[in-house]
Design a protein around this ligand. Structure first.
Ligand SMILES: *[C@@H]1O[C@H](CO)[C@@H](O)[C@H](O)[C@H]1NC(C)=O
Ligand SMILES: *[C@@H]1O[C@H](CO)[C@@H](O)[C@H](O)[C@H]1NC(C)=O
Ligand SMILES: *[C@@H]1O[C@H](CO)[C@@H](O)[C@H](O)[C@H]1NC(C)=O
Length: 211
């Protein structure tokens, strides 16, 4: 009679581990990016020196902390995400960007990249590990929920962390009214002096199942 309860408890523990399996290893994050062909497809070399922790708040149940390559149901991606840094990167400021290189489909990404988030002036809140990031200004592009079109395989929604260069706040290439389509974060990073990302992670999100 006790077996069902034990099984239930084990399942609860297992789901806790799964939903809270954030990135813990730089090598594993890099390997996941390489395996997903991400560095090539987003035109960056990706040699992370810190972990970027991305948390998606949930209206019911536990918040979802991403690890590189996690599958997240589209319905759980409303956000807006919060960010933290694992490792030593200084106080900031930092820039966080999120892009979809797979729009409308990974096979034919003619609208890519879609800019899903772009924000600067993030600083670390000292005292936690990972250290939470707070943003002192509105984002340049507020978070857009993933909306992969019906029939598409899952898209790779990719979050990247950069040191913010001096003068970044005066950039005029992108503002809140600039189209989010056909963005090239790599060329934006070159033009604004962001350079290469110091951390990142990504989630795979498939279209909402149609009923
Ligand atoms: C998705 O979320 C909406 C409300 O945000 C809800 O009405 C709907 O049932 C959810 N769909 C699934 C498949 O969970
Ligand atoms: C956004 O940038 C465009 C040019 O790219 C400019 O015409 C527009 O005035 C800018 N909007 C704001 C709110 O700064
Ligand atoms: C994006 O910009 C990079 C330069 O940083 C360039 O190599 C690449 O071809 C561009 N991608 C597209 C799709 O234009």
């Amino acid at each position: 009679m006790h077996f069902p309860r034990i099984t239930h408890l084990l399942l609860l523990v297992a789901s806790f581990i799964v939903t809270n399996a954030q990135d813990t290893s730089l090598a594993a994050v890099k390997a996941a990016f390489d395996e997903a062909n991400l560095p090539e497809d987003i035109f960056f070399t990706f040699d992370p020196t810190v972990l970027l922790e991305v948390t998606l708040p949930q209206t019911s149940g536990k918040d979802i902390v991403l690890h590189a390559g996690i599958h997240v149901p589209r319905n759980d991606t409303a956000g807006p995400p919060s960010f933290a840094i694992g490792g030593e990167a200084g106080n900031g400021p930092f820039v966080v960007a999120a892009i979809d290189p797979d729009a409308p489909t990974p096979q034919d990404p003619t609208d890519a990249e879609i800019r899903h988030f772009l924000g600067g002036n993030f600083f670390t809140l000292r005292g936690g590990e990972p250290e939470r990031l707070t943003n002192t200004t509105p984002a340049i592009s507020e978070f857009r929920q993933p909306t992969p079109p019906v029939g598409s395989p899952a898209h790779r929604y990719t979050f990247l962390l950069f040191h913010q260069p001096l003068g970044f706040n005066s950039q005029t290439l992108v503002n809140s009214t600039t189209s989010v389509e056909l963005f090239n974060l790599s060329s934006f990073a070159e033009a604004t002096g962001l350079g290469q990302p110091i951390g990142g992670t990504f989630m795979l999100v498939a279209p909402e199942p149609t009923t």
